[in-house]
Design a binder for this molecule. Structure first.
Ligand SMILES: Cc1cc2nc3c(=O)[nH]c(=O)nc-3n(C[C@H](O)[C@H](O)[C@H](O)COP(=O)(O)OP(=O)(O)OC[C@H]3O[C@@H](n4cnc5c(N)ncnc54)[C@H](O)[C@@H]3O)c2cc1C
Length: 261
C-alpha cells in the first residue's frame, strides 16, 4: 500500500505543493522552501480596532444647513474660538492668562484635541496622532512655562538651561524606509533615484541647513517658533524672504518623490 505523502509538519502533498508554488515566484533564488516560510491565509479576526479620523458625519452636516437643528438659545461671549485642537486650546489658554476670561470654545467632535487627541485603555494612555514635541528654543518662554506647569520641566539650572523630567523625554526617532524589498536608513530613497534627483535632494537639505540659522536684516531669526517672533525681513544674503515655490521649483529642489508629481 502506498503511504500518503506528508511533510514533517504534517502538510498533505497537495497543500505542500500549493503553498510552495505560491511562494516560489518570490523565493526562487533562496533554495528549497520550507512550508512554514510560505504565506498562509492568516486569521486576523482576533485583532480588534478601528481607523479613526475627523468626525466626518458631524462635519458633513455643514454641507446641508437644513439638517442642523434650530438654535435653542443665544450665548454672548467676548471671544468665540472654533475648534478645540492644539491651536484653539492654546489660544484659549493665552487669552485666559491675559485676563480675557469670557471665551467660548466650540468643538465639532465629541472630544477636544483634534489631531493631538489622546485615548486611554486599561494599560495606559496613548496618543492618536501628534505626541512628540521637539525640545523648545530656550527663548520660547511661553512653551517652557507650559511644560513647567505640566511637570515636563522641573526647573532651571544656574546656566539658565531647562531641566527636563527624564520620564517625559525620548530619543529622536530614527526613520527607516522600506523600498524595493530592502530597509534603508532615513526617509529619502537611496536607491532607484536618478543622479539628478540625488543632486536636488542634496540641494534641498543644504538649503534647509542654511535656513536653520538664517537671520533677517532686523537681527531676528528667519524662522522661529512662535512664528510671530520670526524676522519680518528677508534673510541676509537671500533674494527672497522665504524660498518661494517658483524659486524652489526652478532651481533648488524638485525631486518628483517630494513634490508628489
Ligand atoms: C498622525 C499625526 C501625527 C502627528 N504628529 C505630530 C507630532 O508628533 N508633533 C507635532 O508637533 N505635530 C504632529 N502632527 C501635527 C499636529 O497634529 C498638528 O499640527 C496639530 O495638532 C494641528 O492642530 P490644530 O489645532 O491647528 O488643528 P486640528 O488638530 O485639526 O484641530 C482642529 C479642531 O477643530 C475642530 N473643528 C473643525 N471644524 C470645526 C467647526 N466647523 N466647528 C467646530 N470645530 C471644528 C476639529 O474637530 C478639530 O478638533 C501630527 C499630525 C498627525 C495627523
Amino acid at each position: 500500500m502506498k503511504r500518503p505523502f506528508s511533510t514533517p509538519t504534517g502538510l498533505s502533498r497537495r497543500a505542500f505543493l500549493v503553498r510552495s508554488g505560491a511562494a516560489l515566484s518570490g523565493a526562487a533564488l533562496v533554495g528549497p522552501l520550507l512550508p512554514s516560510c510560505a504565506p498562509a491565509a492568516a486569521d486576523l479576526s482576533h485583532i480588534q480596532g478601528q481607523l479613526l479620523g475627523p468626525n466626518a458625519a458631524a462635519g458633513h452636516l455643514l454641507r446641508d444647513p437644513s439638517k442642523i437643528p434650530a438654535p435653542t438659545r443665544t450665548i454672548n461671549t467676548d471671544v468665540l474660538i472654533i475648534g478645540g485642537g492644539v491651536a484653539g486650546l492654546s489660544a484659549r489658554r493665552w487669552l485666559h492668562r491675559h485676563g480675557l476670561t469670557d471665551t467660548l470654545l466650540v468643538e465639532l467632535d465629541g472630544h477636544a484635541g483634534g489631531n493631538a487627541a489622546a485615548g486611554h485603555n486599561p494599560t495606559s494612555a496613548y496618543p492618536w496622532g501628534a505626541h512628540y514635541l521637539p525640545v523648545p528654543d530656550v527663548r520660547n518662554r511661553e512653551l517652557l512655562d507650559f511644560l513647567q506647569e505640566t511637570g515636563t520641566l522641573s526647573g532651571y539650572a544656574p546656566s539658565g538651561l531647562p531641566i527636563y523630567n527624564d520620564y517625559h523625554l525620548c530619543a529622536a526617532p530614527d526613520e527607516r524606509l522600506s523600498i524595493r524589498g530592502h530597509w534603508q536608513d532615513g526617509l529619502v530613497p537611496a536607491v532607484g533615484i536618478s543622479a539628478d534627483e540625488q543632486a536636488q535632494t542634496a540641494r534641498f537639505f543644504q538649503l534647509i541647513e542654511r535656513l536653520k540659522t538664517a537671520v533677517g536684516s532686523d537681527g531676528r531669526d528667519a524662522f522661529r517658533i512662535p512664528l510671530d517672533a520670526s524676522s519680518a525681513t528677508k534673510p541676509i544674503g537671500s533674494s527672497t524672504r522665504f524660498p518661494s515655490p517658483t524659486t524652489s521649483r526652478k532651481k533648488a529642489t524638485r525631486p518628483r518623490r517630494c513634490a508628489g508629481t
